[in-house]
Design a protein around this ligand. Structure first.
Ligand code: ADP
Ligand code: MG
Length: 374
């Protein structure tokens, strides 16, 4: 019987910081609203400023890895913030991209986009196929690509590839991989194949309207693209790289959106996950050995290997320039400024299949959740 032996990459001690990008969407004046102009503006490709509400003659300045101004195209966002991390997924490492920010600020535009202006998700999936196709036989590995697609709604984990799915459990295996038993995982052979599964599933997403936005997304949508590569020769080493593409629910303060009843209950649950996300960020940044509260919400449990863990991560914080978003923009920028300090330690997880040999070899050179500062 073949034995699967987990090994790591021999101790890559390289660390990779979570890259934090901020994207400002164009100003959208409504005819029935008085035109106050923008309250936030870009300074250069890394800096921006927002009016100081305590003193409107002053601004508060922020510095990020990248600032994408309102004229930035979908292609530019993809090329600078996302494309560089994708090759790691073919080498058994994890990568994640997530969009954070208030409803109406451009998260879905950034991640999904439209057919005329495709966003990060279609571009990233296309690129992963391209990268795999560019590997020739001499590479010595066989690749297979699969996808899962889920949402976290009211702290329930729902399978978007299986309509009417029940709340699914999140588990961790011995190697600290996060898994969801029962979640549909579909092998995809081409980008067209991906679309065939992804488009109807996206329509499945639970959306409801709030006062702030007609089609506010009230759930966290998480697309997982898994690349499994298996060495053609024996021993058949196998590496699994996971790419998470996450469109988070709105980060707005729901006391101002007029949510009531069932909407308020939803808001509470959404806030629990985002509140916990911010606590996780605080805890990782403090650099102390204290417990990181990943388990306190479904979102952070799932993102455990994407934030402070082993992943190459990019956070795109979407903000809007209008005054009505002012306080939500301010809190989103402060959240983003904290996340900048998290350090991920990329490493490769690998399984070796050795026929008829009883070998147990586990090298644990990686501490999940380890962190440091810039
Ligand atoms: P969110 O998902 O954060 O609620 P959306 O992505 O739905 O926000 O964006 C709100 C509106 O603004 C949509 O009509 C979207 O098309 C538009 N929008 C967002 N970002 C941009 C952008 N960079 N350029 C042009 N339009 C944008
Ligand atoms: Mg949205």
């Amino acid at each position: 019987m073949a034995q699967r032996v987990p090994v790591s990459d021999g101790g890559s001690k390289k660390t990779s910081r979570v890259r934090v990008a901020v994207r400002l969407r164009p100003y959208m004046a409504k005819p029935d609203e008085k035109d106050e102009g923008p309250c936030v503006r870009g300074i250069d490709s890394q800096n921006l400023e927002i009016i100081n509400w305590r003193n409107a003659t002053e601004t508060v300045k922020y510095h990020f890895d990248v600032f994408h101004g309102e004229k930035t195209t979908q292609q530019e966002v993809f090329l600078s913030s996302v494309k560089p991390i994708l090759p790691h997924v073919l080498n058994g490492q994890n990568a994640s991209v997530f969009a954070y920010g208030p409803t109406g600020a451009g998260k879905t535009h950034t991640m999904l986009g439209s057919s005329e202006q495709p966003g990060v998700i279609p571009r990233a999936v296309c690129e992963v196929f391209k990268l795999v196709q560019s590997k020739d036989e001499e590479d010595g590995w066989a690749y297979s690509i699969g996808m899962s697609y889920l949402e976290i709604y009211n702290e329930k984990v729902l399978d978007l590839l299986s309509p009417n799915s029940q709340d699914l459990p999140i588990r961790e295996d011995k190697e600290k991989n996060i898994l969801i038993p029962g979640l549909t995982h579909t092998t995809i052979l081409s980008f067209a194949d991906f679309d065939k599964h992804f488009i109807p599933a996206t329509l499945n997403r639970t959306t409801a309207s709030t006062k702030l936005n007609q089609r506010s997304s009230r759930s966290h949508a998480i697309l997982l693209v898994k690349v499994v590569r298996t060495q053609r020769a024996h021993p058949q080493r196998q590496q699994i790289g996971k790419l998470y593409l996450v469109d988070l629910a709105g980060s707005e303060d729901n006391r101002r959106t007029g949510n009531q009843g069932i909407r308020l209950k939803e808001s509470g649950a959404i806030n629990l996950s985002l509140f916990t996300l911010s606590k996780v960020v605080d805890s990782l940044n403090s650099g102390t050995s204290g417990r990181v509260p990943y388990r306190d919400s479904k979102l952070t449990r799932l993102l455990q290997d994407s934030l402070g863990g082993s992943a190459h991560s990019v956070m795109i914080t979407n903000i809007a320039p209008e005054y009505k978003y002012y306080f939500d923009t301010f809190s989103a920028l402060n959240f983003a400024a904290k996340s900048k300090l998290i350090v991920n330690k990329p490493f490769t997880r690998e399984i070796v299949t050795i026929p008829n040999v009883q070998v147990k070899r586990t090298r644990d050179d990686h501490e999940a959740g380890s962190s440091g500062s810039e």
